[in-house]
Design a protein around this ligand. Structure first.
Ligand code: GLU
Length: 427
């Protein structure tokens, strides 16, 4: 995201709605900035014997509705402002999904693809060594995000349990199955996106069967959004976007008759890079990074990183696009958003569309507390119910106040967070 500061973007979105809601100055001051921020250095013994020091972050934006909740990203270009923005969006996400959690986010400045397994484990444990006094099932519960995996969550849970002297699976979610993880967590974010697309199609009176989608990304969210779009809605996905860690470039993998996500998954490495030669051999067209944006489809699903639909790229969106479901956090910049609003494209905003991950994380925490685990069908049925009612709460707000879906989502979320702060006597 070249020239956009994501935290300024999060604040701009909030300010616009705060004006519409006529929020009082004290409440605004409380919500425009995170409540707490942690910056720390993590010393790690590397495989070659040297010590390397990594920069770590944790931001707790707001915990009025419950413990702060949100993932930890590992990225070479991670900054405090990215983490602040993502923590803020988590507050809105948990509120809109109506789960009893607040918003947080963490980060480490590192490219995970440059590390051995042992080095990754030592960074995970080092992150917890710095933060364990300030996280926990009742105050802040991390999870995976871009660049982190269930195995890493397992190590972090273990480190926390050792330091506190008590097995505490509820300190972190997104853990591996058998290690306190929940069935359905892997599918949850992508499937959650599709549940909201299904509801949007009902609202817009579009028959899902035979509709076409273009997806940006091919990580956890994009993979299951693709599978869900094809297998649950009966639609066709014409392309996915993918970062190539060897070329350090992104590509769009296209098959106009429909991509096969299971096949693409079988030729994707553990860091999410698709094997280009194998894809070409199987008849995929390898196009440039932004090709997904201009496809003649009904639905666009940006499901990778922030800042991809900008004032510049928004003009490339095909006239037949009716729905944009934001699987990623912050994929649309405010300037581009104004264009989408004007064009009348139905946008399912990020913290609504991708709330399935954290909702399932909440279910994981509940199961950890009960020490009793649900079947996958049970988890996904509960998830569908939560996502559907979140979607309709936002749609109702959008219709009753005649506002854009993103603003409506903010209104629902802000209302709930402000109410919790009031009940607790904070504002
Ligand atoms: N990282 C995911 C998100 O942005 C999931 C967070 C969680 O499960 O706590 O929503």
């Amino acid at each position: 995201m070249a020239d956009i500061n994501p935290f300024e973007m999060a604040q701009r979105q909030f300010d616009e709605v705060a004006d519409q809601l006529d929020l009082d100055a004290g409440v605004r001051a409380m919500l425009r900035w995170p409540m707490r921020e942690f910056y720390f250095r993590i010393p790690v013994r590397m495989d070659d014997g040297t010590i390397k020091v990594f920069q770590g972050f944790r931001v707790q934006h707001n915990d009025a509705r419950g413990p702060a909740k949100g993932g930890i990203r590992w990225a070479a270009n991670e900054t405090i402002d990215t983490v602040r923005a993502l923590a803020t969006w988590m507050t809105w996400k948990c509120a809109v999904a109506d789960i009893p959690l607040g918003g947080g986010k963490g980060g480490v400045v590192v490219d995970p693809a440059t590390l051995s397994v042992g080095e990754k484990e030592r960074i995970c444990r080092g992150w917890v060594d710095q933060m364990w006094k300030n996280i926990g099932p009742r105050n802040d519960v991390p999870a995976p995000d871009v660049g982190t995996t269930p195995q890493m969550m397992g190590w972090m849970m273990d480190e926390y349990s050792k330091l506190t002297g008590a097995f505490t699976p509820g300190v972190i979610t997104g853990k591996p199955l058998g290690g306190g993880g929940s069935l359905g967590r892997t599918e949850a974010t992508g499937f959650g996106v599709i549940y909201t697309v299904r509801e949007a199609m009902k609202h817009l009176k579009i028959k899902p069967k035979g509709t076409r989608a273009a997806i940006h990304g091919f990580g956890n969210v994009a993979q299951y959004a693709a599978i869900g779009f094809i297998e649950q809605l009966g639609g066709t996905v014409v392309c996915v976007g993918c970062w190539d860690r060897h070329d350090k470039k992104a590509y769009t993998y296209t098959k106009e008759t429909g991509i096969d996500p299971h096949f693409l998954l079988s030729i994707t490495d553990q860091y999410g890079t698709i094997d280009k030669a194998k894809a070409k051999k199987a008849g995929y067209l390898v196009e440039d990074a932004n090709a997904w944006l201009s496809k003649d489809v009904d639905v666009l699903i940006p499901a990778a990183i922030e800042g991809v639909i900008t004032a510049e790229t928004v003009t490339k969106i095909h006239k037949n696009v009716k729905i944009i479901a934001e699987g990623a956090n912050g994929p649309t910049t405010p300037d581009a958003d104004a264009v989408l609003k004007k064009r009348g494209i139905f946008v399912i905003p990020d913290f609504l569309a991708n709330a399935g991950g954290v909702t399932c994380s909440y279910f994981e925490g509940v199961q950890n507390d009960m020490n009793f685990y649900w079947s996958k069908e049970e988890v996904l049925a509960k998830l569908d119910q939560k996502m559907t009612s979140a979607f309709h709460a936002v749609l109702d707000m959008s219709r009753s106040r005649k506002v854009y879906m993103r603003n409506a989502a903010y209104m629902v979320a802000i209302d709930r967070v402000v109410q919790a702060m009031r009940l607790r006597g904070w504002v």
